[in-house]
Design a protein around this ligand. Structure first.
Ligand SMILES: [Zn+2]
Length: 372
């Protein structure tokens, strides 16, 4: 009888303790959700240069801050010294700073240019070193070669060391576009109904031999590379490996890793061989640029949700990137912000800072107020 009572006591106790744990979990989750709810953040991408004075930057940052902007993502042309000069100015104005780097596409990189073999090679056998797809500034490096990877990771490290930044922010972390956004095709007078060899990379000797080691076939001899899943996966993995190594470097210096990516993972995979839901990364800033794809504003909500759902279990934050030129009114900008929020983004980021007119800045401020 005594034993029986003891057993009941133990059972009741363990049920109670389970319930408490469950409660704890719930309240933790609620706290986390509440924090996330309150911290919907606004950001701008900007490009800096050495010629501008500190006062100029201070003025620009003050303008953003007073409109409710929380963070700036700054392209310094991968110059840690310029970044070091600007970070304190932005922080003085109360802005967070991310160090934006052009990662695989390195136009005018004076070190890389001394090594022609570092550049990605097209299916036609032409190197980005001297044959640039679409535009002169497309100078893509091979993501597989040890030397080109180490060069890129070294640049990431240089930025990660800069005191006071939130993250190293990878841009162009992908292959050159196998398909251009549909809205841009007329500009280049192009039709892209299939994967075209001059826009298909990287068929360099190292990529080919590394692929052959795993799959025992030569991509240069594959009849239809567009439907060869191993060959595509090899390239998705090559980009992923650069990201995952960059993550380790950023975190070594107690910084986060973030990236500007294509609108949502399957679209990124299809257009530029980028599968960002498979990456080790803290936050992403998908460039949900509706004008590039001839989409309407509600598509911003659709694409945001698509990405948010894909990475929610990995706790990767999604910040919706918004491209200003196609907007026709402040009302539309407000609508885009609300769509991002309603569909699970943790913030919105505008491309770019200087494109924010006084009207837009006012709308951002008012919309932010309305979310409180
Ligand atoms: Zn290669």
């Amino acid at each position: 009888m005594k034993l029986h009572k003891l057993l009941i006591f133990i059972v009741v106790l363990s049920i109670f303790s389970c319930a408490t744990k469950e409660e704890d979990k719930k309240s933790n989750k609620v706290t986390k959700e509440l924090t996330a709810e309150n911290s919907f953040e606004f950001g701008v991408w900007i490009t800096a240069n050495n010629d501008r004075a500190n006062e100029d930057y201070a003025q620009e940052f003050e303008k953003y801050k007073s409109a409710g902007i929380d963070e700036v993502l700054i392209n310094t042309g991968t110059d840690p010294e310029l970044l070091k000069r600007i970070v304190p100015i932005a922080k003085e104005e109360g802005l967070k700073v991310h160090a934006w780097i052009m990662t695989m596409n390195r136009p005018g990189d004076t070190i890389a240019l001394q090594h022609p073999e570092w550049y990605a090679v097209s299916k036609e056998g032409k190197s980005c070193f001297d044959t640039r797809p679409y535009v002169g500034y497309y100078q893509w490096l091979c993501p597989t070669r040890k030397e080109s990877r180490n060069h890129i990771l070294g640049l990431v490290e240089g930025l990660a060391k800069v005191e006071g930044i939130e993250s190293v922010h990878l841009d162009y972390i992908r292959f050159s576009d196998i398909f251009l956004p549909i809205g841009l095709l007329p500009k280049y007078d192009l039709v892209q109904d299939e994967e075209l060899p001059e826009y298909d990379f990287c068929y360099c000797d190292v990529c080919v031999s590394e692929f052959e080691k795993i799959h025992h076939k030569n991509p240069r001899e594959i009849e239809n590379t567009a439907i060869d899943m191993e060959w595509k996966q090899f390239r998705l993995n090559a980009v992923r490996n650069v990201v995952n190594d960059a993550y380790k470097i950023a975190h070594k210096y107690n910084k986060n890793l973030t990236a500007a990516v294509f609108p949502y993972p399957e679209m990124a995979d299809h257009m530029v061989r980028q599968r960002w839901d498979k990456w080790t990364i803290d936050e992403v800033y998908p460039m949900i640029y509706h004008g590039f794809y001839n989409e309407e504003i509600d598509w911003i909500g659709f694409a945001t949700k698509q990405g948010v759902e894909d990475v929610k279990d990995k706790e990767i934050g999604v910040n919706t990137g918004i491209y200003m030129p196609p907007f026709k009114s402040s009302e539309e900008v407000k609508q885009a912000i609300l769509l991002a929020k309603e569909n699970g983004a943790k913030g919105v980021t505008f491309f770019d800072g200087p494109a924010l007119t006084d009207d837009y800045l006012k709308t951002i401020k008012e919309t932010k107020e309305s979310l409180k």
